[in-house]
Write a protein of this length. Structure first.
Lengths: 101, 103
């Protein structure tokens, strides 16, 4: 038979008709020519909420007493180090920034 | 079983919150600027808006860290902890339904 034979033309027509009807019924977005479309990005589900819930909530944060006690310990430790001269250096005086200049 | 205060974890948490906040907008801008059937100045405008969003609101900047030790590598997503902590807890029997495999 000839290359553009009647049977192949008919099947192509029927297929396109079926796909268009299906899209009309179910609300699909069609792209017969295969051009780039923004639909691919828009159809994804949103994951932001799940991502933001990775770290569990620390219940120690709810108790102000424990928080104050821990903060006091931290400042005491820092003070001890500073007394010995081992506290953090001023800005621009650290090892790396001194080496650079 | 305390959750350690790790600076990297704090930073990562900050990024996660920002990503959640800007997610919808980001998706919208990206989708609009990639649509070839729109006029060019609209695409350009959306590309500009996308670049104006804070960098820390990108999902690619988030790293699944271990919630106990803050380790950035070899963290299992189902347990949210690194292999070292997983092994320690599983040996103690603190992980439900996890036992040493042998077959």
């Amino acid at each position: 038979m000839a290359p553009g034979s009647l049977k192949s033309i008919l099947t192509a027509a029927v297929n396109t008709g079926v796909t268009e009807a299906r899209a009309r019924i179910f609300g699909h977005v069609l792209n017969p020519t295969g051009l780039k479309s923004a639909h691919k990005i828009l159809r994804k589900k949103l994951i932001g909420e799940k991502v933001a819930q990775w770290y569990p909530h620390d219940i120690r944060k709810d108790d102000p007493l424990i928080m104050e006690a821990e903060e006091k310990e931290r400042t005491n430790k820092l003070e001890m180090l500073k007394r010995r001269g081992k506290g953090p250096p001023k800005k621009g005086q650290g090892k790396r920034s001194k080496r650079k200049s | 079983m305390s959750v350690c205060r790790e600076n990297a974890n704090i930073r990562d948490n900050h990024r996660r919150l920002l990503a959640e906040k800007f997610e919808l907008r980001r998706n919208l801008y990206k989708a609009l600027c990639k649509d070839t059937s729109l006029p060019d100045e609209l695409r350009e405008e959306n590309r500009y808006k996308l670049s104006k969003l804070p960098r820390n609101s990108s999902f690619t900047r988030i790293r699944n860290r271990c919630i106990f030790s803050g380790r950035g590598r070899s963290v299992y997503e189902t347990f949210r902890m690194s292999r070292i902590v997983f092994r320690a807890l599983a040996s103690k029997g603190m992980l439900n339904g996890v036992k040493k495999a042998s077959w």
